[in-house]
Design a protein around this ligand. Structure first.
Ligand code: PLP
Length: 384
Protein backbone atom coordinates (compact mmCIF):
# COMPACT_ATOMS: atom_id res chain seq x y z
CA UNK A 1 0.00 0.00 0.00
CA UNK A 2 1.48 3.39 -0.88
CA UNK A 3 0.83 5.99 1.73
CA UNK A 4 2.95 8.76 3.09
CA UNK A 5 2.41 7.90 6.72
CA UNK A 6 3.70 4.87 8.58
CA UNK A 7 0.33 3.59 9.79
CA UNK A 8 0.83 1.44 12.88
CA UNK A 9 -2.60 1.58 14.48
CA UNK A 10 -4.29 -1.55 13.14
CA UNK A 11 -5.87 -2.37 16.48
CA UNK A 12 -7.80 0.91 16.20
CA UNK A 13 -8.77 0.16 12.61
CA UNK A 14 -7.07 -1.53 9.65
CA UNK A 15 -6.97 -0.06 6.14
CA UNK A 16 -9.81 -1.51 4.08
CA UNK A 17 -8.45 -4.03 1.61
CA UNK A 18 -8.91 -2.91 -2.01
CA UNK A 19 -10.85 -6.07 -2.92
CA UNK A 20 -13.22 -5.50 0.02
CA UNK A 21 -13.75 -1.87 -0.99
CA UNK A 22 -14.39 -2.92 -4.60
CA UNK A 23 -16.94 -5.52 -3.47
CA UNK A 24 -18.74 -2.91 -1.35
CA UNK A 25 -18.80 -0.47 -4.26
CA UNK A 26 -20.21 -3.11 -6.58
CA UNK A 27 -22.87 -4.08 -4.03
CA UNK A 28 -23.83 -0.41 -3.68
CA UNK A 29 -24.41 -0.21 -7.42
CA UNK A 30 -26.90 -3.09 -7.20
CA UNK A 31 -30.42 -2.81 -5.88
CA UNK A 32 -32.19 -5.45 -3.81
CA UNK A 33 -33.38 -6.07 -0.28
CA UNK A 34 -32.33 -9.57 0.82
CA UNK A 35 -35.84 -10.11 2.19
CA UNK A 36 -37.52 -9.40 -1.16
CA UNK A 37 -38.72 -12.36 -3.19
CA UNK A 38 -37.97 -10.97 -6.64
CA UNK A 39 -34.76 -11.62 -8.51
CA UNK A 40 -32.97 -8.46 -7.27
CA UNK A 41 -33.80 -9.46 -3.71
CA UNK A 42 -32.64 -13.02 -4.26
CA UNK A 43 -29.31 -11.80 -5.64
CA UNK A 44 -28.81 -9.61 -2.58
CA UNK A 45 -29.69 -12.59 -0.36
CA UNK A 46 -27.18 -14.75 -2.21
CA UNK A 47 -24.45 -12.14 -1.67
CA UNK A 48 -25.23 -11.95 2.06
CA UNK A 49 -25.22 -15.75 2.44
CA UNK A 50 -21.91 -16.03 0.59
CA UNK A 51 -20.43 -13.54 3.04
CA UNK A 52 -21.96 -15.49 5.94
CA UNK A 53 -20.21 -18.65 4.73
CA UNK A 54 -16.91 -16.80 4.47
CA UNK A 55 -17.12 -15.28 7.94
CA UNK A 56 -18.21 -18.64 9.38
CA UNK A 57 -15.26 -20.27 7.60
CA UNK A 58 -12.80 -17.83 9.16
CA UNK A 59 -13.94 -18.54 12.72
CA UNK A 60 -14.85 -22.23 12.52
CA UNK A 61 -18.58 -21.71 13.04
CA UNK A 62 -21.65 -22.79 11.09
CA UNK A 63 -23.19 -20.20 8.80
CA UNK A 64 -26.45 -20.42 10.76
CA UNK A 65 -24.58 -19.25 13.87
CA UNK A 66 -23.48 -15.94 12.31
CA UNK A 67 -25.62 -12.90 13.11
CA UNK A 68 -24.58 -9.82 11.12
CA UNK A 69 -24.83 -6.49 12.89
CA UNK A 70 -23.08 -3.12 13.08
CA UNK A 71 -19.77 -4.13 14.66
CA UNK A 72 -17.99 -5.19 17.81
CA UNK A 73 -19.72 -2.74 20.13
CA UNK A 74 -23.19 -3.89 19.12
CA UNK A 75 -22.14 -7.55 19.21
CA UNK A 76 -20.87 -7.14 22.76
CA UNK A 77 -23.96 -5.25 23.89
CA UNK A 78 -26.28 -7.83 22.32
CA UNK A 79 -24.38 -10.76 23.84
CA UNK A 80 -24.53 -9.23 27.28
CA UNK A 81 -28.25 -8.53 26.97
CA UNK A 82 -29.64 -11.48 25.03
CA UNK A 83 -29.46 -14.24 27.62
CA UNK A 84 -31.45 -12.19 30.12
CA UNK A 85 -28.93 -13.11 32.84
CA UNK A 86 -28.34 -10.35 35.35
CA UNK A 87 -25.29 -11.79 37.05
CA UNK A 88 -22.34 -10.74 34.90
CA UNK A 89 -18.72 -11.74 35.41
CA UNK A 90 -16.09 -10.07 33.21
CA UNK A 91 -12.32 -9.73 33.22
CA UNK A 92 -10.85 -6.44 34.40
CA UNK A 93 -9.25 -5.80 31.00
CA UNK A 94 -12.32 -6.01 28.76
CA UNK A 95 -12.99 -3.37 26.12
CA UNK A 96 -15.09 -0.44 27.33
CA UNK A 97 -18.04 -1.70 25.26
CA UNK A 98 -18.15 -4.86 27.39
CA UNK A 99 -17.51 -3.07 30.68
CA UNK A 100 -20.20 -0.48 29.99
CA UNK A 101 -22.79 -3.05 28.86
CA UNK A 102 -21.96 -5.19 31.89
CA UNK A 103 -22.43 -2.21 34.19
CA UNK A 104 -25.80 -1.51 32.62
CA UNK A 105 -27.07 -5.10 32.72
CA UNK A 106 -25.72 -6.46 36.00
CA UNK A 107 -28.14 -6.12 38.89
CA UNK A 108 -27.04 -9.18 40.85
CA UNK A 109 -24.04 -8.69 43.21
CA UNK A 110 -24.40 -4.91 42.95
CA UNK A 111 -22.83 -4.69 39.49
CA UNK A 112 -20.47 -6.69 37.29
CA UNK A 113 -18.02 -8.96 39.09
CA UNK A 114 -14.48 -8.27 37.86
CA UNK A 115 -11.92 -11.04 37.48
CA UNK A 116 -8.33 -9.78 37.88
CA UNK A 117 -5.37 -10.44 35.57
CA UNK A 118 -1.77 -11.19 36.52
CA UNK A 119 1.23 -8.95 35.83
CA UNK A 120 1.49 -10.30 32.29
CA UNK A 121 -2.12 -9.38 31.57
CA UNK A 122 -3.51 -12.93 31.64
CA UNK A 123 -6.84 -13.54 33.33
CA UNK A 124 -6.53 -15.28 36.72
CA UNK A 125 -8.38 -18.58 36.34
CA UNK A 126 -8.29 -19.30 40.09
CA UNK A 127 -9.97 -15.96 40.73
CA UNK A 128 -12.58 -16.78 38.08
CA UNK A 129 -13.35 -20.07 39.85
CA UNK A 130 -13.63 -18.31 43.21
CA UNK A 131 -15.82 -15.55 41.82
CA UNK A 132 -18.24 -18.02 40.24
CA UNK A 133 -18.33 -20.16 43.39
CA UNK A 134 -19.46 -17.19 45.48
CA UNK A 135 -23.05 -17.62 44.37
CA UNK A 136 -25.31 -20.25 42.81
CA UNK A 137 -26.98 -17.63 40.66
CA UNK A 138 -26.25 -18.51 37.00
CA UNK A 139 -23.86 -16.03 35.41
CA UNK A 140 -22.94 -14.69 32.03
CA UNK A 141 -19.13 -14.73 31.80
CA UNK A 142 -17.40 -12.50 29.23
CA UNK A 143 -13.66 -12.77 28.60
CA UNK A 144 -11.94 -11.40 25.51
CA UNK A 145 -9.72 -13.52 23.28
CA UNK A 146 -6.99 -10.91 22.73
CA UNK A 147 -6.57 -7.61 24.47
CA UNK A 148 -6.69 -4.54 22.26
CA UNK A 149 -3.95 -2.68 24.13
CA UNK A 150 -1.37 -5.37 24.87
CA UNK A 151 -2.36 -8.12 22.42
CA UNK A 152 -2.24 -10.66 25.25
CA UNK A 153 -4.21 -13.78 24.33
CA UNK A 154 -6.46 -15.10 27.07
CA UNK A 155 -7.00 -18.78 27.97
CA UNK A 156 -10.57 -18.64 26.72
CA UNK A 157 -11.06 -22.42 26.30
CA UNK A 158 -10.17 -22.87 29.98
CA UNK A 159 -12.43 -19.97 30.94
CA UNK A 160 -15.28 -21.65 29.06
CA UNK A 161 -14.81 -25.02 30.73
CA UNK A 162 -14.57 -23.49 34.23
CA UNK A 163 -17.61 -21.31 33.60
CA UNK A 164 -19.70 -24.07 32.04
CA UNK A 165 -18.95 -26.32 35.00
CA UNK A 166 -20.63 -23.64 37.12
CA UNK A 167 -23.63 -23.42 34.80
CA UNK A 168 -22.62 -20.11 33.23
CA UNK A 169 -23.14 -18.90 29.68
CA UNK A 170 -19.88 -17.72 28.09
CA UNK A 171 -19.27 -14.84 25.71
CA UNK A 172 -15.93 -13.97 24.13
CA UNK A 173 -15.01 -10.65 22.53
CA UNK A 174 -12.74 -11.91 19.75
CA UNK A 175 -12.71 -8.59 17.88
CA UNK A 176 -8.92 -8.18 18.04
CA UNK A 177 -8.01 -11.82 17.50
CA UNK A 178 -10.01 -12.70 14.39
CA UNK A 179 -7.91 -12.19 11.27
CA UNK A 180 -4.66 -12.06 13.25
CA UNK A 181 -4.48 -15.58 14.72
CA UNK A 182 -6.46 -18.76 14.00
CA UNK A 183 -9.77 -18.63 15.87
CA UNK A 184 -12.00 -21.68 16.16
CA UNK A 185 -15.39 -21.10 17.73
CA UNK A 186 -15.92 -24.80 18.40
CA UNK A 187 -12.64 -25.45 20.16
CA UNK A 188 -12.90 -22.27 22.20
CA UNK A 189 -16.10 -23.79 23.53
CA UNK A 190 -17.83 -20.45 24.10
CA UNK A 191 -21.53 -19.79 23.54
CA UNK A 192 -21.21 -16.42 21.82
CA UNK A 193 -18.35 -14.57 20.16
CA UNK A 194 -18.00 -11.01 18.81
CA UNK A 195 -16.24 -10.14 15.54
CA UNK A 196 -15.71 -6.79 13.80
CA UNK A 197 -14.95 -6.29 10.10
CA UNK A 198 -12.86 -3.13 10.34
CA UNK A 199 -10.17 -4.80 12.42
CA UNK A 200 -9.40 -7.25 9.60
CA UNK A 201 -9.48 -5.19 6.43
CA UNK A 202 -13.23 -4.84 6.03
CA UNK A 203 -15.18 -1.59 6.45
CA UNK A 204 -16.24 -0.08 9.78
CA UNK A 205 -19.88 -0.40 10.84
CA UNK A 206 -20.28 -4.12 10.24
CA UNK A 207 -19.55 -7.18 12.33
CA UNK A 208 -21.00 -10.39 13.63
CA UNK A 209 -22.08 -12.07 16.79
CA UNK A 210 -21.55 -15.82 16.58
CA UNK A 211 -24.27 -17.58 18.57
CA UNK A 212 -23.97 -21.31 19.27
CA UNK A 213 -27.02 -23.35 18.28
CA UNK A 214 -29.20 -23.95 21.30
CA UNK A 215 -28.09 -20.97 23.39
CA UNK A 216 -30.92 -19.09 25.05
CA UNK A 217 -31.06 -15.86 23.09
CA UNK A 218 -33.74 -13.20 23.09
CA UNK A 219 -33.42 -10.44 20.52
CA UNK A 220 -33.63 -7.08 22.19
CA UNK A 221 -35.26 -5.09 19.44
CA UNK A 222 -38.45 -5.71 17.55
CA UNK A 223 -38.58 -5.56 13.77
CA UNK A 224 -38.60 -7.51 10.57
CA UNK A 225 -37.16 -10.80 11.78
CA UNK A 226 -33.88 -10.54 9.88
CA UNK A 227 -30.81 -12.53 10.88
CA UNK A 228 -32.80 -15.53 12.11
CA UNK A 229 -34.94 -13.18 14.22
CA UNK A 230 -31.89 -12.17 16.23
CA UNK A 231 -31.12 -8.74 14.84
CA UNK A 232 -33.89 -6.82 13.15
CA UNK A 233 -33.20 -4.31 10.38
CA UNK A 234 -32.47 -4.50 6.67
CA UNK A 235 -29.00 -5.95 6.29
CA UNK A 236 -26.07 -3.68 5.40
CA UNK A 237 -25.47 -5.57 2.17
CA UNK A 238 -22.39 -3.63 0.91
CA UNK A 239 -20.77 -3.82 4.34
CA UNK A 240 -21.56 -7.49 4.78
CA UNK A 241 -20.28 -8.38 1.31
CA UNK A 242 -17.04 -6.49 1.97
CA UNK A 243 -16.74 -8.18 5.36
CA UNK A 244 -17.02 -11.54 3.59
CA UNK A 245 -14.25 -10.66 1.15
CA UNK A 246 -12.01 -9.41 3.98
CA UNK A 247 -12.70 -12.61 5.94
CA UNK A 248 -11.68 -14.71 2.95
CA UNK A 249 -8.45 -12.72 2.55
CA UNK A 250 -7.68 -12.82 6.27
CA UNK A 251 -6.53 -16.45 5.97
CA UNK A 252 -3.44 -15.09 4.15
CA UNK A 253 -2.77 -12.56 6.92
CA UNK A 254 -2.90 -15.30 9.54
CA UNK A 255 -0.38 -17.27 7.48
CA UNK A 256 1.96 -14.23 7.61
CA UNK A 257 1.88 -14.02 11.42
CA UNK A 258 5.53 -15.04 11.84
CA UNK A 259 6.72 -12.25 9.55
CA UNK A 260 4.61 -9.66 11.39
CA UNK A 261 5.78 -10.98 14.78
CA UNK A 262 9.42 -10.69 13.65
CA UNK A 263 8.92 -6.96 12.90
CA UNK A 264 7.19 -6.48 16.23
CA UNK A 265 10.01 -8.31 18.04
CA UNK A 266 12.63 -6.22 16.26
CA UNK A 267 10.78 -3.06 17.36
CA UNK A 268 10.77 -4.22 20.98
CA UNK A 269 14.43 -5.30 20.80
CA UNK A 270 15.44 -1.84 19.59
CA UNK A 271 13.26 -0.11 22.21
CA UNK A 272 14.93 -2.20 24.92
CA UNK A 273 18.39 -1.46 23.53
CA UNK A 274 17.73 2.25 23.42
CA UNK A 275 15.77 2.62 26.66
CA UNK A 276 16.44 -0.28 29.03
CA UNK A 277 14.12 1.34 31.59
CA UNK A 278 11.14 1.21 29.17
CA UNK A 279 8.32 -1.14 30.12
CA UNK A 280 7.17 -3.62 27.47
CA UNK A 281 3.79 -4.91 28.55
CA UNK A 282 2.51 -8.45 28.14
CA UNK A 283 5.74 -9.57 26.44
CA UNK A 284 6.02 -12.67 28.64
CA UNK A 285 2.51 -13.91 27.77
CA UNK A 286 1.13 -15.45 24.58
CA UNK A 287 0.35 -12.46 22.39
CA UNK A 288 -1.04 -11.44 19.03
CA UNK A 289 1.82 -11.22 16.53
CA UNK A 290 1.08 -7.60 15.66
CA UNK A 291 0.89 -5.66 18.92
CA UNK A 292 3.59 -3.89 20.94
CA UNK A 293 2.74 -1.84 24.03
CA UNK A 294 5.69 -0.02 25.56
CA UNK A 295 6.55 3.07 27.55
CA UNK A 296 9.01 5.95 27.42
CA UNK A 297 9.43 6.75 31.11
CA UNK A 298 8.77 10.38 31.94
CA UNK A 299 7.18 11.23 28.60
CA UNK A 300 3.38 11.31 28.49
CA UNK A 301 1.72 8.99 25.97
CA UNK A 302 0.00 11.92 24.29
CA UNK A 303 3.32 13.74 23.86
CA UNK A 304 4.75 10.68 22.15
CA UNK A 305 1.69 10.18 19.96
CA UNK A 306 1.76 13.82 18.84
CA UNK A 307 5.53 13.78 18.31
CA UNK A 308 5.30 10.59 16.27
CA UNK A 309 2.37 11.96 14.30
CA UNK A 310 4.44 15.02 13.37
CA UNK A 311 7.05 12.59 12.06
CA UNK A 312 4.39 10.81 9.98
CA UNK A 313 3.97 7.79 12.26
CA UNK A 314 0.48 6.84 13.50
CA UNK A 315 0.23 4.94 16.81
CA UNK A 316 -2.14 5.01 19.78
CA UNK A 317 -1.86 5.99 23.41
CA UNK A 318 -3.43 3.08 25.25
CA UNK A 319 -7.08 2.81 24.31
CA UNK A 320 -8.19 5.23 21.61
CA UNK A 321 -11.31 6.98 22.81
CA UNK A 322 -13.92 8.40 20.48
CA UNK A 323 -13.46 11.85 22.01
CA UNK A 324 -9.75 11.72 21.21
CA UNK A 325 -9.08 12.11 24.94
CA UNK A 326 -6.61 9.71 26.50
CA UNK A 327 -7.26 8.25 29.94
CA UNK A 328 -4.74 6.15 31.84
CA UNK A 329 -5.27 2.62 30.60
CA UNK A 330 -7.46 0.42 32.82
CA UNK A 331 -5.71 -2.55 31.21
CA UNK A 332 -2.20 -1.54 32.33
CA UNK A 333 -3.57 -0.53 35.74
CA UNK A 334 -5.14 -4.00 36.10
CA UNK A 335 -1.71 -5.49 35.31
CA UNK A 336 -0.27 -3.58 38.26
CA UNK A 337 1.49 -0.88 36.22
CA UNK A 338 1.60 2.32 38.33
CA UNK A 339 -0.67 5.07 37.02
CA UNK A 340 2.21 7.44 36.25
CA UNK A 341 3.97 4.77 34.20
CA UNK A 342 0.75 3.69 32.45
CA UNK A 343 0.43 7.31 31.31
CA UNK A 344 3.67 6.95 29.34
CA UNK A 345 2.71 3.86 27.32
CA UNK A 346 1.96 3.75 23.63
CA UNK A 347 0.69 0.97 21.40
CA UNK A 348 2.01 0.17 17.94
CA UNK A 349 -0.06 -2.37 16.01
CA UNK A 350 0.84 -3.82 12.62
CA UNK A 351 -1.19 -5.45 9.91
CA UNK A 352 -1.66 -6.54 6.35
CA UNK A 353 -0.07 -3.53 4.64
CA UNK A 354 2.72 -2.93 7.17
CA UNK A 355 6.34 -3.01 6.07
CA UNK A 356 9.79 -3.15 7.64
CA UNK A 357 10.10 0.51 6.60
CA UNK A 358 7.14 1.46 8.84
CA UNK A 359 8.97 -0.07 11.79
CA UNK A 360 12.18 1.81 10.89
CA UNK A 361 10.26 5.07 10.75
CA UNK A 362 8.70 4.42 14.15
CA UNK A 363 12.06 3.52 15.69
CA UNK A 364 13.72 6.56 14.13
CA UNK A 365 11.05 8.99 15.35
CA UNK A 366 10.80 7.38 18.80
CA UNK A 367 14.61 7.54 19.17
CA UNK A 368 14.55 11.23 18.35
CA UNK A 369 11.80 11.91 20.90
CA UNK A 370 13.72 9.93 23.47
CA UNK A 371 16.89 11.90 22.81
CA UNK A 372 15.01 15.20 23.03
CA UNK A 373 13.48 14.14 26.34
CA UNK A 374 16.91 13.31 27.74
CA UNK A 375 18.04 9.78 28.66
CA UNK A 376 15.47 8.21 30.98
CA UNK A 377 12.97 10.86 30.03
CA UNK A 378 14.25 13.31 32.68
CA UNK A 379 13.66 16.45 30.66
CA UNK A 380 10.40 14.94 29.53
CA UNK A 381 7.57 17.38 29.12
CA UNK A 382 9.64 20.54 28.80
CA UNK A 383 11.50 19.11 25.82
CA UNK A 384 8.36 17.94 24.06
N1 PLP B 1 -13.82 -5.05 21.34
C1 PLP B 1 -12.52 -4.80 21.22
C2 PLP B 1 -11.54 -5.67 21.93
C3 PLP B 1 -12.07 -3.73 20.44
O1 PLP B 1 -10.77 -3.49 20.33
C4 PLP B 1 -13.04 -2.93 19.78
C5 PLP B 1 -12.62 -1.76 18.97
O2 PLP B 1 -11.69 -1.07 19.29
C6 PLP B 1 -14.39 -3.23 19.93
C7 PLP B 1 -14.74 -4.31 20.72
C8 PLP B 1 -15.46 -2.42 19.27
O3 PLP B 1 -15.58 -2.77 17.93
P1 PLP B 1 -16.31 -1.80 16.87
O4 PLP B 1 -15.37 -0.66 16.63
O5 PLP B 1 -16.54 -2.65 15.66
O6 PLP B 1 -17.59 -1.36 17.50
Amino acid sequence: MTQSIAYLDYNATAPVKPAAAAAAAEAMRSVGNPSSVHRAGRLARRAVERARDRVAGLVGASASEIVFLSGGTEANALALAATGLRRIVVSAIEHDSVLASAARRATVAGGPELVPVDGDGVVDLGALRETLARSREPALVSVMLANNETGVVQPVAEVASIAHAQGAVVHCDAVQAVGKIPVDFVSLGVDMMSVSAHKLGGPPGVGALVVREGVRFEADRPGGGQEFGRRAGTENVPGIVAFGVAAELAHDDIARAAEIAAWRDELERRVRGLAPEAGIYGAAAPRLPNTACFSMPGVASETQVIGLDLAGVAVSAGAACSSGKVRPSHVLRAMGVPEAEAGTAIRASLGWASSADDIERLIGAWTELYARAGAGGAAAESAA
